[in-house]
Every structure is written in structure tokens, then in C-alpha cells.
Write a protein that binds this ligand. Sequence first.
Ligand code: EPU
Length: 339
Amino acid sequence: MSISIVKNFPLDHLNTFNISANAKFFYEFKTLESLKEILNHNLLKTEKSFVLGGGSNILISNDFDGIVLKNSIKGINITKENKNHTEVEVGSGENWHEFVLWCVKKNLSGVENLALIPGSVGASPIQNIGAYGCEVKDTIKKVEFIDLESKTIKELANSECDFSYRSSIFKKDLKEKCIITKVTFLLNKKPINNTSYGAIASELTTLNSQASPQSICKAVINIRSRKLPDPQKIGNSGSFFKNPIISNKKLKKIKVQYPEIVNYKFTQTRSKIAAGWLIEMAGWKGYRKNDFGVYDKQALVLVNYGNASGNDIIELSKKIQRSVHKKFDIKIYPEVNII
Ligand code: EPU
């Protein structure tokens, strides 16, 4: 068979945390056919598997005792167009930021606020990536995937994906049950110009630019570059924790002691709290021990300065969780997948 499975493969450059680890087996698939081929391979009957996209939302705790399947399904194709919208099908192994740049160049609006988010297009619906007042669920039309049990290709329309803050059906009922192969986006020909997030409006003023997909994309790139570490230089996986959502009753109680707590309305009865603020208040911002720590410009980001192990980061994250819980009686949970 033409299939090429590599043994004992280093994952060091395939995870943005830059954690040094090996996979017992490694296989890269570039087409749907080669994915189907590996799924029918004998090795998959005995070895556990893990699908790797951009490696930007994972923390590898140890060597992976199984087969890593690297998704490299490419292709960006316009499939339909009308007066207001353009439908684009994108291979799940495409790089997310490059897809954003492609849209902006074509004057298609909807994802410009999500510029510079590391990772792949196929990973974007799983945790419903979001930033600067925008979530990917607002532009996704449907998601195609292989059902690992029946090994058939299936599709879910947006309304069936159960999207919510940093979550979807792919993190719940379909977790580990499917591999996303294609995402179809519905992009707007008329710019949306979502500048509701304060930092964008002020960055546009600094840039002396009118709102447009191009200028918003540029503004987001500037803001992110200032606040978030470049994984090429300092290993990290963006926000390590999710922003917790608590009841307004609890928020009111905490406000007595901490009136400045950073919070946003989530529903009528619940509020989202900035985990970065909680972690900073618990004294962790800029913390460093050996090669691991908490980024000094955004406390939500844990970093690997060089040779930290996955377990160093996990231990640190547990300490942070405990200390935030002790100080505020709020539980925070990782956003990254620990494997
Ligand atoms: N804050 C602090 N200290 C910190 C960090 C934040 O006090 O160290 C407070 C500040 O008041 C700040 C507020 O928290 O104004 C919000 O911070 P920021 O704008 O950086 O947003 P965030 O809620 O911390 C979320 C996403 C980011 C996304 C930004 C911008 C989550 C878990 N994270 O962070 O996403 O870029 O909003 O929209 O929702 C990612 O998921 O990897 C990611 C970077």
C-alpha cells in the first residue's frame, strides 16, 4: 500500500507551545481519500489516534502513545455567489489566518476580526473561535466531517452545530467521533465593519483609517501583536483558560470586595468574567519559573520560554486554578485541549 506511516515522529514543531514530544506513529493526510485509507488501516484498530490541525490549541503532556493524524487537506473554492453573499468551501487543513487574508483580499467580509488567530480552518468550528466582538459561527454555513464509526461523510448545517461561547457539538456529542474535512462559509460582499470592540475603534483612529475589512484586519493584527506572544518566538496556545460565566448573584457578592471586577453581560442572569483579570489579581501576571510562566501582557496566556515540559504547564495551570478559586470562589477551566 502507498500509505506512509512514520514511526517515532517528533511533534516539537507541530505544536505552538513548542513542547518537545514524540508520536509513536505519524501520518499526514492531504486528501479525503488518504484520510479514508488510514481510517481503514489495521493500525487504527489497535492504536489510539489523535487528529492534529495547526497544533495551536493543544498542550502535549507526554509522548503520544498512538498515531497522530496530521490534517493537511487544502483548497479554498468559491462555490456560489449572489448579490450579497459569496459561499466559500475551505479544506479543513488550511491555515486560518491565511484564509482570513484571502477573504480580505477578495473584499469578502465576516472573518476579518478573527485575523491572526493561530490554527487551522478545521479547528475553527470546534471551539467556535472568537475575538474582537466576532465569532466564527456567524459566517459558517455548514461543516463536513467523517463519522469515525460509520466511516461515512456527513454534514451539519450551522443550526445543527450547537454553537456557543468557545464550544460546539464537536466538543460535546461528537467529541472524538469525527474528523472535520471541510467548512463552508457564507461571506458578505458588503462590509460588516464590526468595530463594537473598543480597542478596534481606537486602533482605527490611530491608523487614521475608515472601517473596512482591510483596515479592521490590520487593526486586529496590530492589537494582537502587542498583547499576545508570537508562538514563533515564545511557545503558547493563546488563551489557556476560558472566561468563566457566573451568576449575577455571585457577581454582586464579589463586587462588594472587588468593585472593579471586569465583567460582561452574558444572559439576563449570568455574566462573563475576564479570566485574565482574575489571574492578574491573584498575582500571576508575569510569573516565571525556569522556562514556564504567565505572559506579562495578558495573564490568560501561559508560555513556554524554551524547554518547559507539558507537565510544567499543566502543574502551573492547576496552581492558577486553585488560587483563583481560593481568592474569588470562581472556577476557571482550560480552553486548550490537553493530550
Ligand atoms: N485583563 C486584565 N488582565 C489581563 C488580561 C485581561 O485585567 O492580564 C482584563 C482587561 O480589563 C481587559 C479585559 O480583561 O480589557 C479583556 O481582555 P482581552 O481584551 O485581552 O480579552 P480576553 O477576554 O482576555 C478574549 C479571548 C481572546 C481574544 C480576546 C479579544 C477568551 C478565552 N479569550 O480574551 O482569544 O483574542 O478576547 O477578543 O475568550 C484565544 O482564544 O486564544 C484568544 C486569544
